[in-house]
Design a protein around this ligand. Structure first.
Ligand SMILES: [Zn+2]
Length: 186
């Protein structure tokens, strides 16, 4: 405990200003009403400036967010493109979204159909097979593009097809690539 040198009030050791007479231990004197008002005004001003600053930051962030959303919305209006390469002429990769993949399974039907008709020429066989696989690739690619669009992409780079057999009766055509947002260089 300590005693206020001005009014002799008993005060706690950590008290800086006497609650009774407003004696300020740091200044070593009583704080006048004008000083008190001035201090309060300064603090109020500081608080208002801080509030103003925070509001400005919020507005700025909101503007940036809107700008970004507008930019992404503009980019998604570009025609959808895909490539086996890793870039597009006149464009930069604005954002990498992620790997997308799709599979198309060719069932047992057409294989047995092919092996059953041995009398057919091999040319017919391979033509049939080619058409089936071409269709499967198209279907797999179509699904891949839809998935990329859903993920927010406007392009796919590094498109790669894979064809494999699952037990002798099934062929899986798979395709994968990296979904990206491309941006035209102006
Ligand atoms: Zn006092």
């Amino acid at each position: 405990m300590k005693t206020c040198p001005n009014c002799n009030e008993l005060l706690g050791n950590d008290v800086n200003t006497c609650f009774k007479c407003k004696y300020d231990f740091e200044l070593g004197r009583v704080v006048t009403k004008e000083e008190k008002k001035q201090r309060a005004d300064e603090e109020k001003k500081k608080r208002e400036e801080e509030k103003q600053r925070i509001e400005e930051i919020i507005v700025e962030r909101k503007e940036n967010q809107n700008k970004l959303e507008q930019e992404i919305s503009d980019l998604s209006k570009l025609p959808f493109l895909s490539t086996t390469g890793y870039n597009f002429d006149g464009c930069t990769i604005y954002r990498y979204i992620g790997i997308v993949s799709s599979e198309y399974v060719l069932g047992t039907g057409f294989i047995s159909e092919l092996s059953a008709s041995v009398s057919d020429s091999w040319g017919t066989h391979s033509k049939k097979m080619e058409n089936k696989i071409a269709t499967a690739k198209m279907e797999a690619m179509s699904t891949l593009c839809k998935r990329a669009v859903k993920a927010g992409a406007n392009s796919i780079i590094g498109v790669k097809f894979n064809i494999m057999t699952l037990d002798a009766n099934m062929i899986v055509v798979s395709v994968d690539g990296t979904a990206v947002m491309r941006k035209e260089i102006k």
